[in-house]
Design a protein around this ligand. Structure first.
Ligand code: PMV
Length: 341
């Protein structure tokens, strides 16, 4: 290694899981495979200034404000990945990062954040030790991102992305994410909306780290992990055939199961709020009345991700959202994104 002071910048989007990752083993090995959509617009932009041969330290700024807690997290992360990047502790870091979406909006900023940092670290590594092929470089970045935040490893690829070994997905791995082949996806799933209703912007009562940990003692965990693995069988069929009804049923089931696991944990916790349930019921009423393909998924938080395809029905759906669902959010809060590929 021939290290030198460098400044690198990278950008990485967030993602939203359809089959959820919830529960993990040592070294960030997921208890079950997951599949997600990578968002097009909700991104983290990160610049890392590396000052070679100074005493190791990390300083982080989020939208210009210094964040000491975040810096501590990154220091720990860098120490953890030193085995893969031997030069990493031989300098000082100034990390400037900003999200293109509201902070604590429940859009996974850890996914885009660690994705962007991992890409920056790969860029530094390639400056010092020579360039890999794009494919290898992305896979390494996904591997490194996983060690920061599990779901982050899926943000390195566009479209639909799988993380965790599944018999249904060739090349899938617990160590990094792989792109789900665009050829295996019906066109109706290639132009989708994800509108995130900001039901509650406060800090979550239970972090996802603690939530994953509580799966270790959850008596339903093994069945859940098995179910997620099994769900790849219909998911693969659905993605190929374009069966929207079955897609909706499976995706909503996955979201509710994630939250059911939280309620079954000891101690139990609930991240949904009143508005979350009101919105879910309104979506179900709307679907019963109109049969239009508006449905939801949830992350580990109260906010509701509204999913609907651009299939000609989207104007009616958007009107319904604006008239009936925004009232359940804080300050008419909605973040509009798309997944088109
Ligand atoms: O990446 P983590 O450890 O923050 O876990 C996130 C897990 C969920 O967002 C709830 C589900 C998923 O698969 O993204």
């Amino acid at each position: 290694y021939n290290i030198s002071s460098e400044t690198v910048s990278e950008s990485c989007p967030s993602n939203i899981a359809l089959i959820k990752y919830w529960g993990k083993y040592k070294d960030q090995i997921p208890a079950n495979p997951s599949i997600s959509y990578t968002l097009n617009h909700c991104k983290t932009n990160t610049t890392i200034e590396f000052l070679a041969n100074e005493v190791f330290s990390v300083q982080t700024f989020l939208s210009g404000n210094e964040e000491v807690k975040f810096a501590e997290k990154i220091e720990k992360y860098f120490k953890n990945i030193e085995q893969y990047l031997p030069w990493i502790l031989k300098g000082k870091y100034i990390i400037k990062t900003e999200n293109t979406f509201p902070h604590s909006s429940g859009i996974a900023s850890s996914a885009s954040g660690f994705g962007a940092i991992a890409k920056c670290m790969m860029k530094l590594d390639e400056t010092f030790s020579g360039k890999d092929s794009d494919e290898v470089s992305l896979q390494k970045a996904s591997f490194l991102a996983r060690l920061g935040s599990g779901s982050a490893c899926r943000s390195l690829y566009s479209g639909l992305v799988v993380w965790g070994e599944s018999d249904e997905v060739e090349g899938s791995s617990d160590l990094f994410a792989v792109k789900y082949s665009d050829d295996e996806i019906h066109s109706v799933f290639k132009d989708f909306n994800d509108w995130v209703l900001l039901i509650h912007e406060g800090v979550k009562s239970v972090s996802s780290t603690v939530g994953h940990g509580l799966m270790n003692t959850n008596p339903y965990a093994e069945r859940r992990f098995q179910e997620a693995r099994e769900n790849f069988v219909p998911m693969k069929e659905i993605l190929k055939s374009g069966d929207m009804k079955a897609f909706i049923k499976l995706v909503e089931h996955e979201a509710l199961t994630l939250h059911a696991m939280m309620m079954m944990s000891d101690p139990a916790f609930i991240l949904m709020k009143k508005g979350t349930l009101e919105v879910i019921n309104k979506i179900w009423d709307f679907r019963r009345e109109t049969e239009l393909p508006l449905f939801f998924t949830l992350d580990a938080g109260a906010n509701v991700h509204l999913l609907f395809p651009n299939d000609g029905s989207e104007e009616k759906i958007k009107t319904f959202i604006e008239n009936e669902l925004l009232q359940h959010t804080q300050k008419n809060g909605v973040v509009k994104d798309v997944m088109s590929f």
